[in-house]
Design a protein around this ligand. Structure first.
Ligand code: AMP
Ligand code: GLY
Length: 425
């Protein structure tokens, strides 16, 4: 079968790599892909902002299955448009993806279905926000309603900075887009866990848990990024916790979406804060995480295509996922300046030597192929990922591979997995 993947990052490279391992798959196409993906798939140009062009592309390619990587095409309704044309696609419809695309919708949905999350208020103006702000203690979290590529969450240390942040979101001064709604919520403390599940609209199957490192600096300092590294071990969650999260969060979410007439089929990514009160939902994403997917798929022993097909066909309860029991770790190499402005076009060396380190897969996040050279083309450039019997081993292999790679301005965090490692000692 022929599989088409929409997207261009490390997540899509990992998806292409995993899909190609399926004995059923004979061809993988990625739109638009990147320099690394071009080594495992045929890349075709695509503009992920242009729904009609994407639909025309999929109609022309006629794949047996389309996987949607990023949130933007989901928010535009790519799944609805392909389904209407009888094309097989994996991902939530535009309405189901609102769990990610509208934070106000997500919070109100969680309240309706008694799913644990931070106390909040949804406000339609700065004046409305001023009326409720005294119910919140600093630090106060202020969030844009819509998609903001990680820039829409502001943690404010006083009432006044929270009001200013809200004004900036409503006026468009902060994000460049004028928000119609802003969420204000209680600040939660604890460790974050990325809990991803597959859903066929009725049944839920968890993937292995992961912990992302969102800040640019070591020791979790500095501005938020798309994710600078991640690891996955079963020990991220205490025994029994997976079942608790399934029963109190994941299953009620999928049941609630079905009851409301918008069944959720796809990857439900639940961003959790493990608070003293128990796990609470920080956010939902309606897709695979990046870089979580890179680490999680390295531990997947089952056929990803079978699992995806079972979701589309509503029979996920008949699939059991097998995982390697050890660990996987992913370290992201970024361009100097990221998450602010950065330069691109620098040649990357050492990729072959890095790929020879046992257990390592070098997934490309922002690269392109220029003549014979792989050059940098994004903020996050590479996701160097390794599997090992233990977290220490996986990290050592990922860092050994990273040591082989050079490009002008390369930056990576040297402390991925630090929380788990310090717990062990
Ligand atoms: P979100 O896009 O809602 O996940 O927010 C991005 C990041 O902001 C999260 O991964 C957290 O690190 C942080 N964050 C969001 N909401 C809260 C909250 N209520 N309390 C503390 N941190 C938060
Ligand atoms: N790693 C965070 C995300 O994919 O949203």
């Amino acid at each position: 079968m022929k599989v088409l993947i929409l997207g261009s990052g490390g997540r899509e490279h990992a998806l292409a790599w995993a899909v190609r391992r399926s004995p059923r798959v004979t061809e993988v196409v990625c739109a638009p892909g990147n320099g690394g993906i071009a080594q495992v798939a045929r890349c075709v140009p695509a503009d992920l902002k242009d729904l009609d062009a994407m639909v025309r592309l999929v109609e022309a390619e006629q794949p047996d299955l389309t996987l949607v990587g990023p949130e933007l095409p989901l928010s535009l309704g790519i799944v609805d448009a392909l389904q209407e044309r009888g094309l097989r696609v994996f991902g939530p419809t535009r309405e189901a993806a609102m769990l990610e695309t509208s934070k106000a919708f997500a919070k109100q949905f969680m309240k309706r279905h008694k799913i644990p999350t931070a106390n909040y208020a949804v406000c339609a103006s700065a004046a409305e926000l001023e009326k409720v702000i005294d119910h919140f203690h600093a630090p106060i979290v202020v969030k844009a309603d819509g998609l903001a590529a990680g820039k829409g969450v502001l943690i404010c240390d006083s009432r006044n900075t929270a009001l200013e942040a809200a004004q900036g979101l409503f006026s468009g001064a902060l994000l460049g887009t004028v928000e119609q709604q802003v969420v204000i919520e209680e600040f939660l403390q604890g460790e974050e866990v990325s809990f991803l599940c597959l859903s066929d609209g009725t049944h839920v199957t968890p993937l292995v848990p992961a912990q992302d490192h969102k800040r640019i600096g070591e020791g979790d300092t500095g501005p938020n990024t798309g994710g600078m590294g991640v690891y996955s071990t079963d020990q991220i969650l205490e025994p029994g916790m997976t079942d608790w999260i399934l029963r109190h969060i994941a299953e009620p979410t999928v049941r609630g979406m079905a009851e409301e007439g918008t069944p959720f089929v796809g990857v439900l990514y639940i961003g959790l804060m493990m608070t003293a009160r128990g796990p609470e939902v920080l956010e939902y994403n309606a897709r695979f995480g990046d870089p979580e997917t890179q680490a999680i798929l390295l531990r997947l022993e089952s056929d990803l295509v079978d699992a995806v097909n079972a979701c589309i066909d509503g029979c996920l309860d008949q699939v059991e996922l097998r995982w390697s029991p050890g660990a996987a770790a992913c370290v992201v190499a970024s361009s100097s300046g990221y998450p602010g402005s950065y330069k691109t076009g620098f040649p990357i060396t050492g990729l072959k030597a890095a790929a020879r380190v046992p257990g390592v897969q070098v997934f490309h996040s922002g690269t392109s192929l220029l003549a014979e050279d792989i050059v940098t083309s994004g903020g996050r450039v590479l996701a160097v990922t390794a599997a090992g019997e233990s977290l220490q081993q996986a990290l050592a292999l990922a860092y050994q591979a990273m040591g082989e790679i050079k490009f002008d301005g390369i930056y990576f965090r040297r402390d991925i997995g630090h929380r788990a490692l310090s717990r062990k000692s």
